[in-house]
Design a protein around this ligand. Structure first.
Ligand SMILES: Cc1cc2nc3c(=O)[nH]c(=O)nc-3n(C[C@H](O)[C@H](O)[C@H](O)COP(=O)(O)O)c2cc1C
Length: 447
């Protein structure tokens, strides 16, 4: 059977402003184009005219308009997705992800001709429903309405029109559970029909053609009725949450110390290898690669922790610490180091260190290698966190390097850097304490 749809541009000369009669203008534009609306038609309405009528504008800050628009987008963002010198991508409070949060700064001025930025409609589904209700009230016809806007796509060049608000027509044609021509089960096919209709609407106009309304006739996938929100991907299904420099910031900020692990979930090889590979990208002195990570077998772990406990008890008793306090501190340490699904002992080898005759330079040289180890361990933990694994970097071995070398039979050039307990966070671990806010001006000092 031949399928055919019609896409009809409905241009208008109206320059829209707050409170204008959008439905009246749409009906006038349809009449001018010689079109009578019919049941089952879908009308696409550019979000720009919806925002103008709804007065969704804010003053544009002074200065370079591009910078000003970014400022407005940033202020209205629910989340910064990617922030680069070339492009700012934000998530709006509706959940839409687009360049500059879909904020428009072209051809918008108030009565005093001061520049204003146009925000997206505050509730595009409600806007679409209002237009649909208005059309029904004045003409008696049941049309679908899609409020559209122009978005870029992350993996493709060029922009297309997408559906922000939907009323009285389908958002998605869900073919899951059906079969293809060969009878194979369709498991993921959900056609974003409202976006496709929005894209079709853009075929009959240009940005300069003054065509905020487009009629699409002959669609058969108009039910069940959906909403624009049906097309917003939930955060937990978004594999590409961040981009550009923001990705690095989010990954680094996403690492938190985890001290309680899920005992039922071992640490898989893949993420651990990825984390150690990331550790080995740390900067290091003299073109060395001084990092080593020992993953302890259960018996080795027990032997090392027993020996370190004996040493620690002696240290604390020598300090005059109360035996009850000693027992408590050891128990706290055991709860992490003995209980963690995997225990790593990181080292730097000083084999590549330069030799100096004096202690000052010898200590400085050793510190360089330890610093490199710190950078490596940060990388390791960041990548573990990106894989959903928690880690606790615990001082322990750094205070008894001789004991560690003795138990693990390592040369004197191996410097232990604590221990890293690794595992999936226990469901009982709770959320980490929020980090205190950072005042960069207190940390970055100009001299
Ligand atoms: C070198 C080093 C040693 C640490 N030793 C311990 C430790 O012995 N016990 C512990 O519970 N946490 C230890 N930590 C983790 C810090 O307590 C933790 O990083 C800090 O509370 C900040 O929390 P966050 O990692 O979640 O940002 C250590 C961290 C570093 C860098």
């Amino acid at each position: 059977m031949t399928r055919r749809i019609e896409v009809v541009a409905l241009p208008t000369d109206v320059r829209f402003g707050p409170g204008d009669d959008l439905v009246g203008a749409l009906l006038d534009a349809a009449a001018d184009a010689g079109v009578d609306l019919r049941d089952g038609d879908v009308v696409c309405v550019a979000s720009k005219v919806v925002s103008l009528v709804e007065d969704a504008t804010v003053p544009l800050p002074d200065g370079d308009p591009r910078t000003a628009r970014r400022e407005v987008a940033r202020a209205h963002a629910a989340r910064i997705v990617a922030d680069t010198p070339g492009v700012l991508v934000t998530e709006t409070t509706h959940g839409f992800v687009s360049a500059n949060g879909g904020i428009d700064a072209s051809n918008v001025a108030d009565t005093d001709e001061r520049a204003r930025a146009l925000l997206l409609p505050s509730d595009p589904d409600a806007s679409a429903a209002r237009v649909r209700d208005g059309l029904r009230a004045r003409t008696g016809v049941e049309v679908g309405v899609i409020v559209t806007d122009t978005f870029g796509r992350p993996w493709r060049l060029g922009q297309t029109e997408v559906a922000l608000g939907v009323a009285g027509t389908a958002a998605v044609r869900d073919e899951r559970g059906g079969t293809d021509l060969d009878g194979a089960l369709l498991e993921v096919t959900e056609a974003a029909v409202a976006d496709e209709v929005a894209g079709a609407a853009d075929l009959v106009r240009t940005k300069a053609s003054g065509t905020p309304f487009v009629l699409v006739r002959g669609l058969d996938a108009t039910s069940p009725h959906g909403t624009g929100q049906d097309l917003v991907r939930p955060a937990d299904q978004d594999l590409f949450r961040t981009g550009g420099p923001t990705a690095a910031e989010a990954a680094i900020g996403g690492r938190r110390t985890v001290r309680l692990f899920d005992p039922a979930r071992p640490v898989p090889e893949g993420p651990l290898h990825a984390a150690v590979a990331a550790a080995a990208t740390a900067p290091a002195p003299h073109h060395t690669r001084p990092w080593r990570v020992l993953r302890l077998a259960d018996t080795t772990r027990a032997r090392l922790l027993d020996a370190m406990a004996t040493r620690w008890r002696q240290d604390l008793a020598g300090d005059g610490t109360d035996p009850a306090v000693i027992a408590r501190r050891l128990a706290r340490s055991d709860a992490v180091l003995r209980a963690a699904p995997t225990l790593l002992v990181p080292f730097v080898t000083l084999d590549g260190a330069h030799h100096y005759p004096d202690e000052r330079r010898t200590t400085g040289e050793r510190d360089l290698f330890v610093l490199s180890g710190g950078a490596a361990l940060q990388n390791l933990q960041v990548v573990l966190a990106a894989h959903g694994l928690g880690a606790a970097w615990i001082s322990s071995t750094a205070f008894c390097p001789d004991t560690v070398r003795e138990v693990l039979e390592l040369p004197g050039t191996w410097q232990p850097l604590g221990a890293v307990a690794v595992g999936y966070p226990s469901p009982e671990a709770g959320s980490p304490r929020p980090r205190p806010p950072v005042d960069v001006t207190e940390l970055l000092l100009d001299r």
